[in-house]
Ligand binder design. Structure first.
Ligand code: AMP
Ligand code: MN
Ligand code: MN
Ligand code: MN
Length: 281
């Protein structure tokens, strides 16, 4: 049997388009055998996803993607095999979600100032019961004709120096790693190739992450180039970190990558799942 693993994906509990149930079905349709649901700052989709995964014969890994501020930059830390009931993780994520509401109000005020009104209601309309994120503001900006597409939004709005940007401080790297590891999970740096860090700061981040108990980095992800697969495989080796693989799927039209399309890890990597019973095959 072929083996396909995807350790990074979003449902509409955060900023994906599919419900947790639909996401699991979508993964199964794309021949994924092991799936981690890793919603931003929220684990409330895991229970229902697990029920559907069991029904479809797919292994579900409990995951989360935590928003972190490190040296004034946003970095995402994925937690895999977490216990969503671990109290420090639960309260830490609740605090991040509360911060998202304040940030959303600040983003909307900035868009108001630029003559774009109605964005707060618009973004919450798309967020529904889930977390509020820039993706929901992006959907409002595209669907109300302000921007052509998602790409145009993240170029002209919601980023530093542009309308809709609001400076926000997320969790610390130390807290995020300790919540994940304390819950029995594995901490993974998400899509390291997307951070505009420079080599010196990348080395510092990897060193600090490792010292805090971080165990892996994403080497193959939907937003890395083939060159970046090799680059981050090298960093993983250098820092004795395991390697992870995930599409970062968000839904049709807003994803970097469809599910089940990624190549395997470079052969010099130790897969983060190498000793997981869920991924034995
Ligand atoms: P937030 O956590 O609210 O800052 O929202 C971040 C989310 O916006 C990411 O998880 C992506 O889903 C999306 N995003 C950020 N940058 C881009 C981009 N350049 N193109 C498309 N989506 C993006
Ligand atoms: Mn996202
Ligand atoms: Mn991310
Ligand atoms: Mn993600």
């Amino acid at each position: 049997m072929s083996f396909t693993i995807d350790l990074h994906a979003h449902s509409n509990i955060s900023d994906g388009l599919l419900t947790p149930l639909e996401l699991v079905a979508h993964a199964a349709e794309h021949q994924v055998n092991v799936l981690a649901l890793t919603d931003h700052d929220d684990t409330s989709g895991l229970a229902i996803a697990a029920v559907e995964a069991q029904r479809l014969g797919l292994q579900l890994i409990n995951g989360v993607e935590i928003s972190v501020t490190w040296k004034k930059r946003t970095v995402h830390i994925v937690g895999l095999k977490i216990d969503p009931e671990y109290a420090p993780l639960k309260s830490g994520l609740a605090a991040i979600r509360a911060g998202r509401h304040l940030r959303a109000a600040g983003m909307a005020a900035s868009l108001d100032k630029a003559g774009i009104s109605g964005s707060l209601e618009g973004a919450y309309h798309y967020a529904q019961e889930g977390i509020i994120s820039r993706t929901h503001f992006a959907r409002f900006l595209v669907n109300s004709g302000v921007a052509k597409d998602n790409k145009a939004v993240f170029k002209n709005y919601l980023v530093k120096g542009k309308p809709g940007y609001f400076e926000h401080v997320w969790a610390s790297l130390e807290d995020a790693v300790s919540w994940i590891v304390g819950s029995g999970g594995v901490a993974v740096i998400a899509h390291p190739g997307r951070y505009d860090l420079g080599r010196t700061n990348m080395l510092l981040l990897l060193e600090e992450f490792r010292a805090l108990g971080g165990a892996a980095i994403e080497v193959v992800t939907g937003s890395h180039t083939v060159d970046q697969y090799a680059e981050f495989a090298k960093y993983a080796h250098q820092f004795d970190l395991k390697a992870s693989l995930g599409s970062d799927y968000h839904g049709k039209g807003i994803s970097f990558m469809e599910m089940g399309r990624l190549p395997g890890l470079p052969s010099n990597c130790v897969p983060v799942w190498h000793d997981w019973p869920e991924a034995a095959h």
